[in-house]
Write a protein that binds this ligand. Structure first.
Ligand code: COA
Length: 323
């Protein structure tokens, strides 16, 4: 059977870089607190580019580097929780902007698991033979849904986009996946609430437009579910930890990754981290890391890697990929 291969990967982050020190001029925080609790040193923040704008940059880069004609693309999926609009989808805006006339397009909402979920959906369209070329992007402009007065959240997140061009391949590519959700804890992480209000219904209380999070609960959830999820995937595939060259986790917090590595009995060096540079970029974080690794030449043909997302929903998902 045909597999889905990653033909190319690329990224785009807004130019403006904000260090912890700079942030502490606007928010009651400091570099020592942020870095020691999270591993974050800086983040890229949009100076006006919206989520679709940064996705379009990624899509253009992918098309250019692979010599693909926009009309050859038959699917565009964007994982995001910070779309420009509820409708049109971010993916449709990208489709229009790059002239991918033959593509159908939609967004996936799975927060920090958004890239893994989106890749999973695109994988099925390619494996079934319905699509030959798909673009999958994880992208967020989280700065527009941050409460910049809430130091417990605004220091953690950043803006960015990254994605992959997918096509059928004979060997390797996406080998297996394991996705999950825990809706009973859905309200531990919320953003952009919209209560019902119409001519017959008066809104019951204010909307909390901003991202809100029970940080401790998310920490505990992540350090429990991620090791179980990754171990379950490796067991299902009969792959040992030694055979995995890198684990590319969602980049939320280096302390979460330390615990995950310990629980999996894997050296922490196998976990690729770049959150010191970008902060938590939700759906963008895994492909941002992959794109950086690709640029550094860290990924060689045949390497087995695991990507693993976790976060709002609550959701999680891992994938075994042979590069
Ligand atoms: N700067 C300085 N002090 C801060 C601060 C900031 N940005 N944010 C919170 N604090 C203070 C708190 O007010 C509190 O002070 P107090 O003890 O006087 O009340 C103290 O620091 C400790 O706060 P607490 O929330 O207990 O810290 P923590 O050790 O749990 O760390 C997180 C907070 C958010 C870093 C941690 O819970 C975490 O990483 N959670 C996971 C979050 C995450 O990754 N979410 C996304 C997943 S997709």
């Amino acid at each position: 059977m045909t597999n889905t291969g990653i033909v190319a990967i690329d990224c785009y982050a807004p130019q403006r870089v904000v260090t912890n020190d700079e942030l502490s001029r606007f928010v009651d925080t400091n570099d020592e607190w942020i870095y020691s609790r999270t591993g974050i040193k800086k983040r890229h923040l949009s100076m006006g580019e919206n989520t679709s704008d940064i996705c379009v940059e990624v899509a253009k880069r992918l098309i250019e580097k692979t010599g693909t004609k926009p009309e050859e693309i038959d699917l565009i999926v964007v994982g995001t929780i910070s779309p420009d609009y509820a409708t049109p989808s971010t993916a449709c805006l990208v489709q229009g902007a790059i002239g991918a006339l033959n593509a159908f397009a939609f967004d996936v909402s799975a927060a920090c698991s958004g890239f893994v979920y989106s890749l999973s959906v695109a994988d099925k369209f390619i494996k079934s033979g319905q699509c030959k070329k798909a673009i999958v992007i994880g992208a967020e402009v989280l700065s527009k849904i941050m409460d910049w007065k809430d130091r417990t959240t605004c220091v953690l997140f950043g803006d960015g986009a990254a994605g992959a061009l997918l096509a059928p391949c004979e060997n390797g590519g996406i080998l297996a996946e394991s996705l999950g959700a825990k809706g009973e804890d859905a309200l531990k992480l919320t953003a952009s609430e919209r209560k019902v209000e119409n001519i017959f219904v008066e809104k019951d209380g204010e909307n909390s437009n901003y991202l809100q999070m029970d940080g401790r609960a998310i920490f505990n959830f992540s350090t429990k579910v991620v090791p179980e999820n990754v171990k379950g995937l490796m067991d299902k595939c009969g792959v040992s930890a030694d055979e995995i060259k890198y684990v590319i986790p969602h980049q939320a917090n280096s302390r979460i990754i330390d615990v995950v590595a310990r629980k999996l009995k894997m050296p922490v060096e196998k976990f690729y981290l770049n959150l010191s540079e970008y902060g938590n970029t939700s759906a963008a974080s895994i492909p941002l890391a992959l794109a950086e690794m690709d640029k550094k030449g860290l990924l060689e043909k045949g390497d087995k890697i695991i990507i693993v997302g976790f976060g709002g929903g609550l959701t999680w998902g891992s994938m075994l990929i042979q590069w």
